[in-house]
Structures are given as C-alpha cells and as structure tokens.
Design a protein around this ligand. Structure first.
Ligand SMILES: [Fe+2]
Length: 391
C-alpha cells in the first residue's frame, strides 16, 4: 500500500544530436561570468568532445579556472579532498563533471566540502546539508550512472574499505547534458556493464518499497529501452542509434531510482566495489538476477509487472511464473552481453577471492540500500547470493 510519495526532479536535461557539447553555449547562459572547475579523467580529458565543450564554455563567457583530470575508476575521499583544494585555490564558482559515475559523484562530494568545510566523512548520511551548493553541470559519458539527475553520491573510503553514501536534494545537478557522441567511443564491455547498472536501477526502483506510479513510469521506460537496444549497442555496425537510446534510458533510470532508491542488488554491488574493487556495473550485472530471485517470494507481482510492461515477457494468468520468466529473460540478456564483450560472468572472473566472502557479506549487510528492499535479508541469504555466482 502506497500512503505517501513525492516527485521532485529539478535537473534540467538537454539532449541532442552528436556534437551537442560543441553547440552548448546557449544552454550555459545561466552560468555566464562564473569561474568553472572541471572534473574528469585522463582519457576523457583528451577527447575531441572535451575540447568542444571548452569552446562552448568560452562562447558562454565561462572561464575554465581549473581542471582536475585524475579521477580513478572508483573515486575516494582523498580524491574528493584534492579536487576541493584545487578548486578552492582557483576560486571556482561552478563545477562541471565530464565522466561516468565516479567523476560525477566526485564533483558532487567536492561541492559539499567546498561549501560546508570539514571532511567528507562528516557528511555521510541523508539530508544533513545546510548550505547552498555551487551549480553543477553533469556530462555523463557512460550509459549507466544516472548520477546526472540524482541527489546521491557514493564515494569509497579506503580507510575502512567501505563506501560513503551522501544523499541530499542539494546534490542534484543544475544541468545534465546528453551528447550521444560521448557514447560512441565507449568500449563494448564498459557499454554493457554500465547499461546493466542502469537496468538494475530500473528494476530496483520498480520493485523497492518506495516505488510510486511516478517512479514506475520512468523505470518501465528505461528497462524497455535497455532491453531493446543493449545488443545493438554492442555491435560494431550501426550502433549509434542504440547507444543514443541507452544514454536516454540511463538518465530515465536515474530519475526512477532517485525517487524509489535502490535495493539489495546495490547493497551487494557496493560491497563488491568496496572490498574487491569490482567495477560498479559489472557488480550489478553479476548480482541482479540473484537479487530478483531473492525478492521473488515477496513481490512476484511487481517483478511480473515490470517484465510485462517493459517487454521482457508476455503476460500470463500465473503471476509467479511470469515473474520467473522475467528473471530468466534478464539473465539471458546479461548472458548475451557477457558473451559479446567478455564481461565477467562469475565473481572469480571479476577478481573476487573466496576468502573475501565473509567481509563482503558484512559490508553488504550494513549497506543503507537494504532499507528499501521489499524482503528483509539475513547474512546467510546474502552469502547464498554471492555463492550463487562465485564460479
Ligand atoms: Fe548503480
């Protein structure tokens, strides 16, 4: 029974033809006169589209005061503090993030410590920010994060091998820019992994306790679009249209889980990232069907509903059988993506060692995403799910 929900999606989204980043000056007008700090990584910072964005910034009267190019795949607290130091020294009045989830979340976290002072660890938790943040423009370069439209940031804390989760409406970017061009140079495996992250956002948003008709709509549209375009996006010929749609779907799934949160799959994925450095998309790809099978007992109707509405299966009178068929269809899609790209199909292939299992279980059990999962999980349930994809 849904007794209360709200829908708030403050990020302006602009999408267009490949090359949009070079034509962006009119969309950047609200930030005219500000000094920008750009967060990116070494590969993306050398791309032609990055330089096209710099041209647009100049045309919009925005000076690039500093560029931080050293964000790693799984950013951590030290990186966030380094970005803060660089941007504060250069008096930046806005932040631009060009990259995947790690880059965008680094920009969000740096924004917190720039405007609130102190250390990032002080702000772990939900809705505790008090100050106005700097305007943030997010340019997602993968097809999975959704961070360009969410109020969440997840940053690793290497001190105790856990991920800090920061949640606040103030973290929502002011502007999200979807230029399909950025997806064209994504390697197939990264495309598959990040799309599986987005598919997980859609499924968890739909199945979670916090779902509403508003989040459902975005989750269904995203899941349908990923189902229809994932394979096409992994083929060398004619992939542009499919990747463009994956990019839209990723942002739609971001809107969905921004309102309904994520669940047990993300709890396990965060643990895999924190303990064993498994990339976030690969971790979700590995755990998605495990989590759905676990939730099957509690919410077969919800799993069947998204399966039918997103085109994974035909409706049948037997709800549980429809839910099972949905999970099998998701598993088949993942298997195809793994076969086409060499993405890991087991935890061993992803570099996890068996002796890490107890630590993984411990970390997953303390993850905040479990709060929203429709079925309560015990340690042995989580262990069983990890063991189910071990080798
Ligand atoms: Fe995710």
């Amino acid at each position: 029974m849904i007794d209360f929900f709200q829908f708030h999606s403050p990020t302006r989204i602009v999408a267009g033809e490949p090359g949009l980043l070079g034509q962006l000056a009119p969309e950047l007008a609200p930030f005219e006169g500000l000094r920008a700090g750009i967060v990116t990584d070494r590969v993306l910072g050398a791309m032609a589209y990055f330089h096209a964005l710099e041209t647009s910034l100049a045309a919009a009267g925005i000076e690039v005061a500093a560029v931080y190019r050293d964000v790693p795949q799984d950013s951590d607290v030290d990186v966030v503090h380094a970005v803060r130091d660089l941007f504060a020294a250069n008096h930046c009045g806005m932040i631009i993030a060009v990259g995947g989830g790690s880059v965008i979340d680094t920009a969000k976290a740096a924004n917190i410590v720039m405007t609130h002072g102190g250390e990032l660890r002080d702000y772990q938790g939900a809705h505790i920010l008090t100050e106005t943040l700097l305007p943030l423009v997010a340019v997602p370069t993968t097809v999975g994060t959704g961070s360009e439209v969410t109020m969440a940031a997840v940053i690793a804390d290497p001190q105790d091998k856990r991920k800090l989760t920061l949640l606040d409406h103030r973290l929502s970017p002011a502007l999200a820019v979807l230029d399909p061009q950025v997806t064209f140079s994504l390697p197939p495996q990264l495309t598959a992994a990040t799309a599986m992250d987005a598919l997980t956002h859609a499924f968890e948003a739909f199945v979670d306790l916090e779902h509403s008709p508003f989040s459902d709509m975005w989750a269904v549209a995203a899941a349908d679009m990923i189902r229809a375009n994932l394979v096409g996006a992994l083929q060398p010929e004619g992939f542009a249209a499919a990747r463009t749609r994956l990019q839209w779907a990723s942002t739609m799934a971001g809107v969905a889980f921004n309102h309904s949160m994520v669940g047990i799959v993300h709890a396990m994925a965060h643990a895999l990232g924190g303990v064993a450095k498994v990339p976030h998309g690969v971790a979700n790809s590995l755990m998605l069907t495990q989590g759905l099978r676990f939730n099957l007992e509690e919410v077969p109707d919800r799993i069947a509903d998204i399966g039918v509405r997103a085109g994974f299966v035909q409706a049948t009178p037997d709800t549980k059988a429809t839910a099972v068929a949905t999970i099998e269809a998701v598993a088949a899609l993942r298997a195809t993506a793994c076969r086409m790209t060499g993405m890991a199909e087991t935890l061993i292939q992803a570099g996890v060692r068996r002796e890490q299992l107890p630590f993984l279980v411990e970390r997953a059990c303390e993850d905040g995403s479990l709060l929203y999962n429709p079925r309560q999980a015990m340690e042995e349930d989580i262990l069983q799910m990890f063991e189910g994809v071990m080798d």
